[in-house]
Design a binder for this molecule. Sequence first.
Ligand SMILES: NC(=O)c1ccc[n+]([C@@H]2O[C@H](COP(=O)([O-])OP(=O)(O)OC[C@H]3O[C@@H](n4cnc5c(N)ncnc54)[C@H](OP(=O)(O)O)[C@@H]3O)[C@@H](O)[C@H]2O)c1
Length: 340
Amino acid sequence: MTDATTPTAAPREWRLASRPTGWPTPENFELAESDVPALGDGQIRVRNEVLSVDPYMRGRMSAAKSYAAPYEVGAAMTGGAVGVVEESRADGVAVGDHVLHGLGWREVAVLDAKDARVVDTDAAPASSYLGVLGMTGLTAYAGLKRIAEVKEGDVVFVSGAAGAVGGAVGQIAKALGAGKVIGSAGSPEKVRHLTEDLGFDAAFSYRDRKVSEALRELAPDGIDVYFDNVGGEHLEAAIGSLRLGGRIAVCGMISVYNDTEPAPGPRNLARLIQTRGRIEGFLVGDHYDLAGEYAAQAATWLADGSLSLRETAVDGFENAVDAFLGVMRGDNTGKMVVRL
Ligand SMILES: NC(=O)c1ccc[n+]([C@@H]2O[C@H](COP(=O)([O-])OP(=O)(O)OC[C@H]3O[C@@H](n4cnc5c(N)ncnc54)[C@H](OP(=O)(O)O)[C@@H]3O)[C@@H](O)[C@H]2O)c1
């Protein structure tokens, strides 16, 4: 006998079929049936409802040693997901609860309940726990507070500004008192979104003009903070515009993730001497102690409208790879998620 919660088709998972050289292609992925084990003590079975696709996953497709272990060729990939608990052998997690966990890229996940967090999908949509109320929101907050040490009146520049982290950076910087927030993104529509919907003071498309020129025009007296999501030309231009005591938080460098040769570094690092500037990389994983503080702040900002929940959703598990490749191409505005 079956009912709505007991689908007959075997659940599926996305596996890494081969490691890409340069840009990933659909051939690097394989859709396969999952082997769903019976639950052990303390475990839950979750039917995923929304999956996260993120730029860091490109790094995990390579064998190179990094902060996150490489995906194994032939094995299911992992990533953030929110789903509904279908069966539980764990105290504190009930059938019907929604949980946030790390076994994305599959329709059904079996995991230890201690590796999942129950989330309130009445308070906010499930997908927001992957974005503005989740990892990407915390990345923006930690980078601004701890690394860039944003201060009242600062001029803040952020690249990848129409993406999940970047959009949150611009809004949170304003909420923390930044005097002026400037964003760069890859299309005129995204630029309009930044100034019209997200409250950026100024924005430009890096595809239409040189970043250094745009910064000279939009921040004639320079910038105090650069939140880097892109690297390359953006980073060099930001160093060139840094003011005395300026801070650069290096969050990501998506412009080089598909390079097959290391890209040359910024040619103007000597400017850090003149400006006593600081450049520092960070990983959100080191800053989860801020999660409670951020959740409380974010709830206030969401309520008063200073932070918004914009996302791009791709429907269908079979389209997860296209959604992931879309993030690398810039198809998304706000957090890219896959709805199952
Ligand atoms: N350090 C950490 O702990 C941490 C945590 C999360 C994310 N990150 C990093 O933060 C950055 C943003 O991540 P996200 O999840 O918020 O992704 P996202 O910004 O939502 O999506 C990626 C965006 O990058 C832009 N992009 C792609 N190629 C580009 C290029 N060559 N030059 C400039 N922009 C390009 C695209 O937008 P356009 O249309 O504007 O090109 C695309 O939408 C990534 O570098 C990621 O690796 C770091």
